[in-house]
Design a protein around this ligand. Structure first.
Ligand SMILES: [Zn+2]
Length: 341
């Protein structure tokens, strides 16, 4: 039997599989990359060859252009593929459209790299699938017991109630451009909100991609002055929902909306201090990552012999594993941000 640290090696470039000659989610350009999902810190341009799910490849092409890699190979979920001396397979991670865990197996040792994942229902992607393994590699973005995310329905209803209470004000919602924005829109539609939703230009390509993949987001309009006038008869988007990436809130774009209700959809909104610092009036605790219970329940459910924690609040989760009798170690991997979430 091979040792797990000989099957996957944490390096400065990312997890390296010497027997397969590939990296997983490398943070620098490499010869061969296997990619879990399309978020910019996991999916970077410039690799000679990329293997990922069809959706993740589409997302990378939308973000970086058609030539984001020298060669592309589609990974079909659940299909075992041979690379060098190892077998690899991709399994749904429940994080964003196309997100996958990657299982790497050789000589009777299986390691699952979960990438980013969550266990909640998300109408915009396939749900997380537990894969039995010897070593489970997990992130710990919200790996502290203080993080317990409420049901997203509660948060969506907060937004709907605020729209009702302040019909004269635009509701300006910060949401990460890949995954969070589309999930938020889809959840609003599920709760019966059918008015056009205005989106920042940075969300356009990805929303179109989601729609083309069969995720109906309803009527979307560009958050331009003209669109504002059309929908409310005025230029101030009164009563409208406007969604933009968190970065847009600091620039001129946000200033076109007079007296908006500033909202932000993020797991970080659990921390009131963060909401306050960002000037968020209506924090919406909606996360595409596991909270503490989801992390620990997942590890208990899979029951791996060993857990490796890539990044986030590693120490608390490592300690929880140790107390539960599971060997665990932090990898302290750099290059994966948790702020964008
Ligand atoms: Zn992610």
């Amino acid at each position: 039997m091979i040792r797990p640290e000989d099957l996957l090696v944490p390096t400065a470039d990312g997890l390296w599989c010497p027997l397969g000659g590939f990296h997983i989610d490398p943070v620098r350009p490499v010869e061969r990359a296997l990619i879990t999902h399309g978020h910019a810190d996991h999916a970077r341009p410039g690799h000679a060859a990329v293997m990922a799910t069809r959706e993740t490849l589409l997302i990378m092409a939308a973000r970086y252009g058609e030539n984001f890699a020298g060669h592309e190979q589609v990974a079909t979920l659940g299909e075992v593929m041979r690379i060098g001396e190892v077998s690899v397979s991709f399994h749904p991670a429940g994080h964003v459209l196309g997100s996958a865990q990657i299982a790497v197996e050789a000589k009777g040792m299986r390691i699952v790299v979960s990438g980013d994942y969550k266990r909640r229902r998300d109408p915009t992607c396939l749900g997380f699938e537990p894969v039995p393994c010897d070593v489970f590699i997990t992130e710990a973005t919200f790996g502290l017991p203080v993080f317990r995310h409420p049901d997203d329905g509660i948060e969506i209803h907060k937004l709907l109630a605020s729209l009702k209470a302040f019909p004269e004000r635009a509701h300006l919602v910060g949401a990460y451009a890949l995954g969070k924005a589309q999930r938020l829109i889809k959840r609003l539609r599920e709760e019966g909100y059918d008015a056009p939703i205005h989106i920042h230009g940075a969300l356009e390509k990805l929303c179109t991609l989601y729609q083309e993949e069969g995720i109906d987001l309803g009527p979307l309009e560009a958050a331009t002055i003209e669109a504002g006038r059309k929908s409310s008869g005025r230029t101030d988007f009164a009563g409208a929902v406007v969604i933009g990436p968190p970065s847009a809130f600091a620039d001129r774009w946000a200033r076109r909306f007079p007296d908006p209700v500033s909202c932000f959809a993020s797991g970080w909104m659990t921390i009131r201090q963060r909401a306050k610092q960002r000037g968020v009036e209506l924090p919406l605790i909606i996360s595409d990552h596991c909270d503490w219970d989801e992390l620990t329940d997942t590890i208990a459910e899979i029951g791996p012999g060993e857990v490796w924690v890539t990044h986030g609040r590693e120490e608390a989760l490592v300690r929880w594993c140790t107390l539960a009798g599971i060997r665990a170690r932090p990898l302290h991997m750099v290059g994966y941000e948790d702020e964008a979430e």
